[in-house]
Design a protein around this ligand. Structure first.
Ligand code: FMN
Length: 478
C-alpha cells in the first residue's frame, strides 16, 4: 500500500487487551492493509511476557532498539524470568497508574508501547496503527510517545472525545511537553487537573523530529465527528464510524434508556449515523461493526467510505493474541450453536455497554469472583473531602469503593475488565489456588462467523483479508 496516496481499505481494529498484538498487526500490515496494535494495558502484557520467559526473544530483540537506555536493564532485572521459571507464582505487578507516576513507571509504559509497534513494523514497509481508549487517560501520553518513537503511522482512539489528542501528537513529534485534561469526579467547582508528559525528562541522544502519525478518532455519531473535525486541537485525518454491533465497548443508546427482556440496551433510529454529514466533512472514513464481509466492504465503499474496520473476524484468527484454547472452543461452539453475544449494560466499570461472549464450556468471570483491583487501568480520579486526588473503580472491592465515596449502586454487576481481558490472552493472574477467569468480548456478528469459517478449526489473517477484500471492486488496468 502506498501510504501517501491511498488510505487503507481494511483496518484491523485495535483489540485490547493484547488481542491485536504485534503479530496480528504485522500480518495484516504485510498484506497491504492497516494493522493496529492495542496499546491498552500493553505495559502489563509486556512485563507478563517477560515473566513468561519471552519465548522467541521478541521482547528483548525490540528492547535493544529502544532509544532510552537505562530502563531496559532495570525492567529486565525486575521482570524477566527464563522460560518456565515462574512456575505457579503470581505475576509481579507494575505500580498502578496515577496522575503523576515515577520516572521508571513512565518509562516502562513508553518502552512497552515502543516494543509493540516496533515489532509490528519489523521487516516490511506496511503501515501500522495503535489503538488507545480515550477514557484510560493516565498512561495515554507516555503510550503515544512510545508508539511514536517506533514510528507508528496511525493513532486510532475511541471511548471518549479525544479532542486534545491532535495537539498532543504535534507536540510529541517535536519532543515538546504535552498535556491532557484529567477528568476528576467531585464537586463541579473543584480545580481541574492536568496530565503532563515531558519527553525531555527522559535522557537520550537523538532528538530528531518524529513522524506525526495520522489521527483517526472512532466515533458513533456525526455530531462528534463534526466537532472533532472543526474544533479539535489540531488536524484529524479521518474517522472510524462504529455502530453498536461492534465488539468491545459500545456507545450508549441515545435518548432515554430502554432495555430488552434480557436486559440488553436497545438501540433505535437515533443511533444510526448520518453518513451524509460524515461525507460532508471531506475526510476519509471507515465503517465498523458487522462490516467484515465482502458485502460489508462493498456497501461501505458505495456509501463513500474508504473501507471498513473489522475486529471480531480477526480476533479468532491464528495470529491474534487470544488464548488458543478459547479460540478453538468458540469456533467449535459456533458449529454446535453454543455461542451467543450479549450487550451487557453493567459489566464495564466505565458505564459503557460492553459485549460479552457466552459460550458453552467457556468459563467466564461472574458475580462469584472475589474482587481485586490490582491493574487499575479503568480507575477514575475523584476529589477527596481533603481536596486531594483519589482513584477508584466500580469493579474494585465494594467496601473500598464505598469508602472512597463511591455509590454502592454503581458496583452492581460490574466485572473486572483488566483481569478478565488479560486472562483472555493466557495471562491470567494466579490467586492462591484459583486463577482469574476470562471475560471474552466480540461483536454481535460472531455468530455469523461460521459462514466464513465453514467449520474450519482455525484460519489466518490472510484468510480474513482475502474474504473481505473479495468485495472490493476489481480495478481494470490501462
Ligand atoms: C476482542 C475485541 C476487543 C476490542 N477492543 C477494542 C479496544 O480496545 N479499543 C477499541 O477502540 N475497539 C475495540 N474493539 C472494537 C474493534 O476495534 C472494532 O471496531 C470492532 O470489533 C468492529 O466490529 P466487528 O467486531 O463487528 O468487526 C474490540 C473488538 C473485539 C472483538
Amino acid at each position: 500500500m502506498n501510504e501517501a496516496t491511498s488510505p487503507p481499505r481494511i483496518i484491523q481494529g485495535g483489540m485490547g487487551i493484547g488481542v491485536s498484538h504485534w503479530k496480528l498487526a504485522r500480518a495484516v500490515s504485510r498484506l497491504g492493509h492497516l494493522g493496529v496494535v492495542s496499546g491498552t494495558a500493553v505495559d502489563t502484557v509486556f512485563v507478563r511476557r517477560l515473566q513468561d520467559g519471552d519465548p522467541g526473544g521478541h521482547m528483548r530483540r525490540a528492547m535493544r532498539q529502544f532509544p532510552i537506555r537505562d530502563v531496559c536493564e532495570s525492567v529486565l532485572a525486575q521482570y524477566y524470568l527464563p522460560l518456565g521459571a515462574r512456575g505457579a507464582t503470581p505475576y509481579k505487578l507494575l505500580p498502578l497508574y496515577r496522575r503523576v507516576v515515577g520516572r521508571a513507571r513512565e518509562q516502562t509504559t513508553i518502552l512497552a508501547n515502543f516494543v509493540e509497534v516496533w515489532l509490528a513494523k519489523e521487516g516490511h514497509n506496511g503501515v501500522v496503527g495503535i489503538n488507545l481508549l480515550t477514557k484510560v487517560q493516565m498512561p495515554n501520553l507516555a503510550s503515544l510517545y512510545g508508539a511514536m518513537l517506533a514510528g507508528v503511522d496511525y493513532v486510532l482512539m475511541g471511548a471518549g472525545i479525544p479532542r486534545d489528542i491532535p495537539a498532543v501528537l504535534d507536540a510529541l513529534a517535536e519532543h515538546r511537553a504535552a498535556e491532557l485534561k484529567l477528568d476528576v469526579e467531585g464537586p463541579a467547582d473543584s480545580a481541574t487537573e492536568q496530565l503532563l508528559f515531558v519527553p525531555r525528562a527522559h535522557e537520550r541522544n537523538d532528538w530528531r523530529v518524529l513522524k506525526r502519525p495520522r489521527f483517526i478518532p472512532i466515533v458513533s455519531a456525526s455530531s462528534l465527528a463534526t466537532t472533532l473535525a472543526r474544533k479539535a486541537s489540531g488536524s484529524v485525518e479521518g474517522f472510524v464510524v462504529e455502530g453498536p454491533t461492534a465488539g468491545g465497548h459500545n456507545a450508549p443508546p441515545r435518548g432515554a434508556p430502554s432495555f430488552s427482556a434480557e436486559g440488553e440496551p436497545l438501540y433505535g433510529d437515533r443511533d444510526i449515523v448520518d453518513l451524509g454529514r460524515i461525507r460532508e466533512l471531506g475526510l476519509p472514513f471507515w465503517l465498523a461493526g458487522g462490516c467484515g464481509t465482502p458485502e460489508g466492504l462493498r456497501s461501505a465503499l458505495a456509501a463513500g467510505a474508504a473501507g471498513v474496520q473489522v475486529g471480531t473476524l480477526f480476533a479468532y484468527c491464528d495470529e491474534s493474541g487470544l488464548d488458543a484454547g478459547i479460540k478453538r472452543g468458540v469456533l467449535a461452539g459456533l458449529v454446535t450453536g453454543g455461542v451467543r453475544v450479549r450487550t451487557d449494560a453493567r459489566a464495564s466499570p466505565t458505564g459503557y455497554p460492553f459485549k460479552v461472549v457466552h459460550a458453552d464450556g467457556l468459563e467466564r468471570q461472574d458475580d462469584e469472583r472475589v474482587r481485586h483491583c490490582d491493574l487499575g487501568y479503568l480507575r477514575t480520579a475523584y476529589r477527596t473531602p481533603a481536596g486531594t486526588l483519589g482513584y477508584r473503580c466500580a469493579s474494585e472491592p465494594v467496601d473500598q469503593y464505598v469508602s472512597k465515596g463511591g455509590n454502592i449502586a454503581d458496583t452492581a454487576g460490574r466485572r473486572c475488565l483488566c483481569n478478565g481481558l488479560t486472562a483472555n490472552i493466557g495471562q491470567a493472574q494466579i490467586r492462591g489456588t484459583s486463577v482469574e477467569l476470562p471475560l471474552l468480548t466480540s461483536g454481535d456478528d460472531l455468530v455469523s462467523l461460521q459462514c466464513f469459517a465453514r467449520g474450519r478449526e482455525h484460519y489466518s489473517a490472510a484468510d480474513v483479508v482475502g474474504f473481505i477484500d473479495s468485495g472490493a471492486p476489481v480495478v481494470v488496468q490501462g
